[in-house]
Design a protein around this ligand. Structure first.
Ligand code: SF4
Length: 316
C-alpha cells in the first residue's frame, strides 16, 4: 500500500525572467516499508520535491498544483496547525549540511528532547532520557548529549540530525543527500546506520542522492529526474541492469561501478537546461545521442515498458 502519493505536482520559482519550472507535473508513490531513491543531476528538482512534500517551499518558490497524499490526506490542503503536528512526528526530513540545520546554541541532547516534547506530553527528564537513547541508537555515546554542534565531527552532526528526525518514531523519512560532503569512510558508516535504522524502525523513506552507488545500496525503487520531469521509474535491480531511458543509461555510464566490470566512464555532454526556458519537446534532447526529429517537437509521455515507467519516444 502506498503511504505517499505525489500526483501531478508542479512547483515553480518566480524569477525576473519568468517562472522556472523546477518540478513539472511529476507522479510517483512510495509503498509502506519501502525506500524510493530520487536521482538526477544538481538542479533537476530533487530537493524542491522534498521541500514540497514537507510543504516547506518558500518564496520565490510556489507550489502551483497537484496533490501530495500522505496516509490518505493531502498535505497541500492541511492547515499550519495540522502541518506542525505532522512534521517531526509522522513525516520528517534529514537535510544535507547538518552544521546549518542544527541550532548552534543548543546541545544536541536538548535539540532531540525539544522535538520529543513538541509532539509528546512527557516531562523534561523523560524526554532527556529518550534523547540519550536516541544518541546511543545512532552510534553517538549518550555521554555526548551535552555537546554543542560545533563540538561534534561532521559525521556525528549528521548522526545527530538522524537522531532528531527519528526521535518520535515517524512513519516516513526524507533523506536529502544525507552523506554529501562527508569523507568516504564516514559515508560508509552512515549508510550502514541508515540501513540498520530502516529495518529496526520499519521506516518508509525517500532517499535523495546524485550518487548512484548510494541509491543502489539503500533503495527498493528508483525515480530518475531530469530538468523537473521524471524520465524513468523502476525497481532498483531492473533499473541498474536494464536502464531503458537514454538519460538513465548516460547517468549509469558516467559513474564508476565498484562491483561491476571495469569500464571507461562517459560524461554526459552539455549541461541541464535553464528551467525558465526549457527546450521544446523532450527536455533531454539537446544532450541525447539518440534524439530524432520528433524529440525536438513533442514531449514524450510516460509509458509502461518491461515493468519500467519511461518517458522516451524511442524506447520499445
Ligand atoms: Fe532522447 Fe528522444 Fe528519448 Fe528524449 S525522447 S531521451 S531525446 S530519444
Amino acid at each position: 500500500m502506498a503511504i505517499l502519493e505525489i500526483k501531478d505536482l508542479k512547483v515553480h520559482y518566480l524569477t525576473k525572467e519568468g517562472p522556472a519550472l523546477a518540478v513539472d507535473s511529476i507522479n510517483f508513490s512510495v509503498k509502506e516499508n519501502k525506500t524510493v531513491g530520487l536521482i538526477g543531476e544538481s538542479g533537476c528538482g530533487k530537493t524542491t520535491t522534498a521541500r514540497a512534500i514537507m510543504k516547506f517551499v518558500k518564496e520565490p518558490g510556489k507550489i502551483m498544483g497537484g496533490e501530495i497524499i500522505f496516509k490518505g490526506r493531502d498535505i497541500l490542503t492541511m492547515s499550519d496547525k495540522e502541518l506542525r503536528t505532522l512534521r517531526g512526528a509522522e513525516l520528517t526530513i534529514v537535510r544535507q549540511e547538518a552544521q546549518n540545520a542544527l541550532n548552534p546554541v543548543m546541545t544536541i541532547g536538548d535539540q532531540i528532547a525539544e522535538v520529543i516534547r513538541e509532539h509528546e506530553h512527557i516531562d523534561k527528564r523523560t524526554a532527556w532520557e529518550r534523547a540519550e537513547n536516541q544518541l546511543d541508537l545512532v552510534g553517538i555515546s549518550h555521554h555526548r548529549a551535552k555537546s554543542f554542534p560545533h563540538e561534534l565531527s561532521g559525521g556525528m552532526r549528521q548522526r545527530g540530525m538522524i537522531a532528531i528526525a527519528t526521535a518520535c518514531n515517524p512513519d516516513f523519512i526524507i533523506m536529502d543527500e544525507p552523506i554529501t560532503g562527508l569523507d568516504v569512510i564516514v559515508q560508509r558508516q552512515l549508510l550502514t546506520l541508515i540501513n540498520d535504522l530502516r529495518e529496526k524502525l520499519n521506516l518508509t523513506a525517500l532517499f535523495i542522492a546524485h550518487d548512484l552507488s548510494v541509491i543502489s545500496e539503500t533503495c527498493d525503487d528508483v525515480v530518475v529526474m531530469y530538468a523537473g520531469k521524471i524520465m524513468e521509474k523502476a525497481d532498483v535491480v531492473s533499473l541498474y541492469k536494464h536502464p531503458l531511458h537514454p538519460y538513465t543509461q548516460a547517468l549509469i555510464n558516467s559513474y564508476p561501478s565498484i562491483r561491476g566490470e571495469k569500464k571507461n566512464l562517459v560524461s554526459i555532454p552539455g549541461s541541464p537546461p535553464r528551467l525558465v526556458s526549457p527546450p521544446k519537446g523532450c527536455r533531454f534532447h539537446p544532450r541525447c545521442s539518440f534524439a530524432i526529429d520528433r524529440c525536438r517537437e513533442e514531449a514524450p509521455e510516460i509509458r509502461e515498458v518491461d515493468g519500467h515507467s519511461v518517458a522516451c519516444h524511442i524506447v520499445k
